[in-house]
Design a protein around this ligand. Structure first.
Ligand SMILES: C[S@@+](CC[C@H](N)C(=O)[O-])C[C@H]1O[C@@H](n2cnc3c(N)ncnc32)[C@H](O)[C@@H]1O
Length: 377
């Protein structure tokens, strides 16, 4: 899944090796900012220890849980038969679905398609949260209808529940009519319209089925867990034998502003939305001290102090330059040096500015990223 700050590539570029080597005598790996779960999934599949994933956002916990909480493959055919196949019958019974389909098939230009789609999604009562909040913006009405319909019918319990919900989240991230994150949907201008049309033509079921296949094959060597929580609070519950992975935000804009569409799917509900990005109200969007310029350094210092108080070894990654939350690689290294003996290494990476880093408006830049191994003093 495309995720800002994902360590998926870095795992092949030194981080994976370091996690393997450092975890040898450890009893758990605690991923305190688990995000898209790339590190948690890697650790769960390759290390002989339980992985505990923590993130402020529910969708991140669901992505992690769909793999960490399971020590066997799942049969994707059972999910196909019990969850995906019944969808067709439910769709056929729905008047709103038939209207959405008719609109898709009429293939008007992006501008009038969007206008009629917004009208349809604001008129029809009784539909789900993606339809109401995002239909005609991030999703075509039929995409939104499928996502809501499958969300309301995910299995009630068991590992299938998390695999199905995670598959919906992954598919929504691939289908959303937005540039990799959902801070703002594509518009309908001559330049943006083709992107909107292309995104709205994607069949979510194709992406859901693919994600179910991928997730079903993954499992943890040792059963772990995932939960929604704050890293600094969670650090109070660490154990000396833990290896802690610390990959905090580097942006001065909250992650929840960019990923509310996925959070709505994870929660299965959403209040009224507003603004160009169709954001839910502030109190529905998790906020992080690490994304507040005035608080980020203090939050980082407190976190490092707590990890060190317990005597844990940690691996910390951070861009090696000044970031929009006011932290830089140098500041983070200095804060860590108060408590740990550091072994530092720098790797090349593609870095997401989360929509601009103050110096450049480009969304992605080549950059150096620090990997710090923090040994207790
Ligand atoms: C750089 S991303 C982590 C990326 C992740 N390692 C991956 O490979 O996808 C930072 C994550 O920290 C989460 N976050 C922000 N503040 C947090 C906090 N105080 N406690 C826990 N998670 C937090 C965000 O929701 C985001 O998912």
């Amino acid at each position: 899944m495309k995720y800002m700050g994902s360590k998926r590539v870095m795992l092949q570029n030194g981080l994976g090796e370091l996690l393997r080597a450092t975890s040898k005598k450890k009893e758990r790996l605690v991923d305190l900012f688990s995000g898209s779960a790339s590190v948690s999934w890697f650790a769960a599949a390759t290390l002989e220890l339980p992985v505990i994933a923590v993130d402020l956002q529910s969708f991140a916990a669901i992505l992690a849980r769909s793999v960490l909480a399971r020590t066997q493959e799942l049969d994707p055919n059972r999910i196909e038969v019990n969850w995906l196949r019944p969808l067709a019958k439910r769709l056929a019974r729905s008047k709103a679905w038939r209207k959405a389909q008719a609109l898709d098939l009429s293939q008007p230009n992006a501008g009038s398609w969007a206008k009629r789609a917004r009208q349809l999604c604001s008129d029809s009562a009784g539909s789900g949260p993606s339809w109401r909040a995002y239909g005609g913006y991030y999703f075509s009405p039929s995409q939104a209808f499928v996502l809501d319909s499958l969300r309301s019918s995910v299995p009630a319990r068991g590992p299938e529940r998390w695999v199905c919900t995670a598959a919906l989240i992954m598919a929504a991230s691939r289908c959303a009519a937005a540039p990799g994150h959902t801070a703002q949907p594509f518009g309908t201008s001559r330049s943006a319209g083709p992107y909107l049309r292309e995104a709205w033509m994607r069949d979510p079921v194709v992406f859901i089925r693919r994600a179910v296949g991928d997730l079903s094959r993954r499992f943890a060597r040792v059963k772990g867990s995932a939960r929604v929580g704050d890293a600094v609070q969670t650090a109070r519950c660490l154990r000396e034998s833990d290896l802690v992975f610390v990959d905090p935000p580097y942006s001065g804009v909250h992650y929840s502003r960019f990923y509310h569409v996925l959070e709505t799917l994870a929660r299965g509900k959403c209040g009224p939305v507003g603004g160009s990005g169709r954001y839910p109200a502030r109190d529905e969007r998790p906020s992080s001290l690490f994304s507040q310029k005035s608080n980020a350094l203090a939050a980082m210092e407190l976190l490092l102090q707590r990890v060190s108080d317990v005597g844990c070894t940690a691996i910390l990654t951070f861009p090696n330059h000044e970031c929009s939350n006011g932290l830089s690689g140098r500041m983070v290294t200095e804060a860590a040096a108060e408590h740990f003996r550091i072994v530092a290494r720098v790797v090349k990476t593609r870095f997401s500015t989360l929509g601009g880093n103050g110096e450049s408006r480009k969304a992605r830049l080549d950059s150096d990223e620090l990997i710090l191994l923090l040994n207790p003093k």
